[in-house]
Each structure stands twice: as structure tokens, then as C-alpha cells.
Design a binder for this molecule. Structure first.
Ligand code: HEC
Length: 173
């Protein structure tokens, strides 16, 4: 399976230093694009989702109860990946990097504790793209559109127009 990953140029590289908003590109310097309209990829992703993600994020992408509240140990429950969560607030590349490297690497805080595993040594890049493409494919039109806007603006290194959004803050909300 061929996946789309483009090295990010120097111009964007400089913008990353200036703006933590697109720090996700900076994690590996590669911009990864999901393939939510490729139904072969999506079907493969659904299988991986049930094997690797459903135990925490729910068989129907519904997440764990009270997912906005940290528990007694300061850990967040797994958020939903359906429209009721905020996975769709994040650009493709950020979702890829959270899944591959884990939250603490992506937000740049080694002390940040989470039960969300880093899948770098568990799944190939193709499998991570597939599982996230399955998740993205499940979103209703409104959420899909919003997320595509975030995607476009991540590439332009700008905020989504007319909307309050901070990708990294959203990660922790
Ligand atoms: C052991 C439980 C667990 C498993 C298994 C797990 N996750 Fe998570 N995931 C979490 C938790 C908890 C969070 C919340 C992040 C935090 O703790 O700050 C999370 C967050 C995320 C986020 C960020 C969502 C957002 O809105 O910010 C993504 C994307 C994600 N997980 C994808 C996946 C994928 C894809 C898989 C399977 C390949 C997976 N996770 C497997 C527990 C898990």
C-alpha cells in the first residue's frame, strides 16, 4: 500500500520554529495525509482499529465514560473518535504523530503521562494511516469539512479561519 508522505520544506520548517501550532510537522518533519476515501485502506484500518484501539476508544468509537475528566492519578480516559470527541479538530498529520509517537512526544513534555501508547514499534506507518483513515471516514460531513479546513491551514501554517483553534491546546481538552 502506498501512502502519501511529503518531506516538509525549509520555508515551513522556519514557520514551525515561530509557531507551536504546527509543531506536529516538527515531530518528524514529514507531512502525512490520511486516505479516508480509499475504501480498501479504510476496511484494513477498521480491522486494526478493533484489534489495537477499540479496547480503550470503544468498539463504536464512543470512548470511555467521563473522558474529559482526569482520574485520581491525573490520567485522562480515552476520548471518543466519533463526532462527539475532538479527534476531528486535529489535522491528519497531528493525528498520525499522536498515534505513532504518543501524546508526550507530540506536545513536547516528557513528563506528560497518558495511557495512550506510542504505536511506532507496534504498527507500520501504513497501518497507522489506515486506522486513522477508518476513523476519519466515519465522521459526518460537517466534521469532515471542518477537519479539512484545519488540514489546509496546517499546511499554510495558519489558524482555521473564523474559528478559535489551537491544535495543541485541543489535544489536551
Ligand atoms: C490503553 C488505552 C489506549 C489505546 C489502546 C489507544 N488509545 Fe488513543 N488515547 C488514549 C488516551 C487515554 C488518550 C487521551 C490522551 C491523553 O491521555 O492525553 C488517547 C488519545 C488518542 C488520540 C488523540 C485524540 C484527540 O482528540 O486528541 C488519538 C488520535 C488516538 N488516541 C488514537 C489511537 C489509535 C489510532 C489507537 C489504536 C491504534 C489508540 N489510540 C489506542 C488511550 C488509548
Amino acid at each position: 500500500m502506498k501512502i502519501r508522505q511529503t518531506p516538509v520544506g525549509i520555508a515551513i520548517g522556519l514557520a514551525i520554529v515561530a509557531s507551536p501550532l504546527i509543531a506536529s510537522i516538527g515531530t518528524d518533519g514529514v507531512q502525512t495525509i490520511l486516505q479516508a476515501d480509499d475504501l480498501t485502506v479504510v476496511a484494513h484500518g477498521e480491522k486494526i482499529y478493533q484489534e489495537q484501539c477499540a479496547a480503550c476508544h470503544g468498539v463504536q468509537l464512543e470512548g470511555q465514560p467521563n473522558w474529559r475528566q482526569r482520574d485520581g492519578q491525573g490520567l485522562l480516559p480515552a476520548p471518543p473518535h466519533d463526532a462527539s470527541g475532538h479527534t476531528w479538530h486535529h489535522a491528519d498529520d497531528l493525528l498520525f504523530e499522536i498515534t505513532k509517537y504518543g501524546p508526550s512526544v507530540v506536545i513536547g513534555d516528557a513528563d506528560y503521562r497518558s495511557t495512550m501508547p506510542a504505536f511506532a514499534n507496534i504498527l507500520s506507518d501504513e497501518d497507522i494511516v489506515a486506522v486513522l483513515s477508518f476513523i476519519k471516514n466515519s465522521w459526518p460531513d460537517n466534521e469532515r469539512q471542518w477537519q479539512e479546513e484545519v488540514n489546509g491551514n496546517q499546511i499554510d501554517s495558519q489558524l482555521p479561519k473564523n474559528r478559535e483553534s489551537n491544535l495543541l491546546d485541543r489535544l489536551l481538552k
